[in-house]
Design a protein around this ligand. Structure first.
Ligand code: AMP
Ligand code: ZN
Length: 114
């Protein structure tokens, strides 16, 4: 867990451009944005992947969606549209194993993803 880059961001050991902080989750700008607006949302608790989610996490994960919607509104993309993405393991393209939600918007996003 100590090697986790997102835990280090949570603990202030690595800098990040925070757009949201509360007792449950953090939101910061992705260091390598793939859209004009690209925010990463993480729970404070270290959870590796979606596969490790337990019933006790449901409230905090639900909270993250509420925060994502608020940030989308603040970024003026709530009406035009945006996407919330969670990658899981190798085929899902997950590179950081602390569960996180990509909030993407500011341009027309294609579907299906590559
Ligand atoms: P994933 O591929 O779903 O695991 O996404 C990991 C995301 O974390 C990528 O979009 C990276 O650009 C982003 N990322 C990695 N390191 C940092 C960092 N130090 N600060 C902000 N974003 C980061
Ligand atoms: Zn972590």
């Amino acid at each position: 867990m100590s090697d986790c880059i997102f835990c280090k961001i949570r603990d202030g050991e690595i800098p990040a451009d925070f757009v949201h902080q509360d007792e449950i989750c953090l939101g910061f700008l992705d260091i390598n944005p793939v859209a004009p607006n690209h925010v990463v949302l993480i729970p404070r608790e270290h959870i590796s992947t979606i596969n490790e989610l337990e019933t006790r996490h449901e409230q905090s994960i639900g909270h993250i969606f509420t925060v994502a919607a608020k940030i989308a509104k603040d970024l003026e993309m709530a009406t035009s549209g945006y996407r919330v993405v969670v990658n899981c393991n190798a085929d899902g393209g997950q590179e950081v194993f602390h569960i996180h939600f990509h909030l993407l918007g500011g341009r027309r996003l294609s579907w299906p993803p590559g």
